[in-house]
Design a protein around this ligand. Structure first.
Ligand code: 13P
Ligand code: SF4
Length: 309
């Protein structure tokens, strides 16, 4: 392994004409070497508009898959191919097809945290930052299926006043935050605001001063006059919050179990700087998709990009 990994990755970037896209849940060193750090929507937009030949996706499988669907002729690398997503796994294609078949009049809106096979069965994709906007644009008399995240789905129903048929999936990280420990933290730090991702369970969201996607939480933490925040999402984002506001205090919301790092996404954290370097050096692991899935999944992603401008 080269002693100067940052230097070696920068050299490979030039050689491959590559762009490194990183989600906020990645380790700090990966965020620091990335060309673009963002939430799922920003990273999809970046993938849709890049003129790089190679996309190195420092995130999880469904994100790299989305980049590949948008760029079928480009090489898309994921540092660790096992970086999956519990939420995407909670929605198996066969079961979802049956759910959909029982509701044939429904429009299918799927959260981007799902497999390409689920995207291919969907009408519109959304992310946590545009879900409310997209649902608000659907005619009132149109019934909707929303999947796979029941918590984001429930939050969108509250915000829009629309009923939707929800797939009952959830994220292992966001369903794990402890309401009790968050309340205890708030009592110990009364000046701190609680900020939460909509993938959290309702008992946690109920206490939140602000709810939003990772990018929205980052922006709020900068614009708010508060000097302390209890952050109920994957703590990787705190690296950017702290970088952009060194004088503020960011406290990761604790998980239910004691002495565990359960608020860190075990999938996201499979990627390391070393694996990122090796992926670029060896041009593998590469994301590949059956053409019929890739073609069918493209339209709902493009609809999302068009509907969220
Ligand atoms: P956003 O990137 O939309 O904030 O979603 C967070 C997440 O869980 C990604 O897996
Ligand atoms: Fe999936 Fe949750 Fe990890 Fe996001 S944080 S990638 S939803 S398991």
């Amino acid at each position: 392994m080269p002693s100067d990994l940052f230097g070696a990755i920068k050299a490979l970037k030039q050689e491959l004409n590559a762009v490194i896209l990183a989600h906020y849940y990645q380790n700090a060193d990966i965020q620091d070497i990335a060309d673009c750090i963002g939430d799922s929507l920003e990273l999809s937009r970046k993938a849709a508009n890049t003129n790089a030949d190679v996309i190195v996706f420092a995130g999880v499988h469904f994100m790299a898959e989305t980049a590949k669907i948008l760029n079928p002729d480009k090489l898309v690398l994921l540092p660790d191919l096992n970086a999956g997503c519990s939420l995407a796994d909670s929605c198996p294609p066969d079961a979802f097809a049956a759910f959909k078949a029982d509701r044939s009049e429904h429009l299918v809106i799927s959260y981007i945290n799902c497999s390409a096979a689920i995207k291919a069965m969907s009408d519109i994709i959304c992310t946590s930052s545009n879900a409310v906007k997209i649902v608000n644009r659907i005619p009132q008399n149109q019934p909707i299926i929303f999947g796979p995240d029941r918590n984001l789905g429930r939050y969108v129903m509250e915000q829009t006043g629309r009923h939707m048929e929800l797939w009952q999936g959830a994220c292992i990280v966001h369903e794990n935050f402890s309401e009790k420990k968050i309340v205890q933290l708030k009592i110990a730090n009364p000046q701190a605001e609680i900020i939460a991702h909509p993938e959290c369970e309702p008992p946690v969201l109920r206490h939140a001063n602000y709810i939003g996607s990772t990018t929205a939480l980052l922006k709020y933490s900068q614009s708010s006059s508060s000097s302390a925040f209890i952050v109920a999402t994957e703590p990787g984002i705190i690296h950017q919050m702290q970088k952009q506001a060194p004088h503020k205090r960011f406290i990761p919301a604790p998980a239910t179990a004691n002495n565990c790092a359960c608020n860190e996404c075990p999938h996201m954290r499979l990627n390391t700087l070393e694996k990122l370097y090796l992926a670029m050096k060896n041009r593998t692991p590469e994301i590949t998709l059956p053409e019929h899935i890739s073609v069918a999944a493209l339209q709902p992603i493009q609809r999302m990009l068009e509907m969220s401008v």
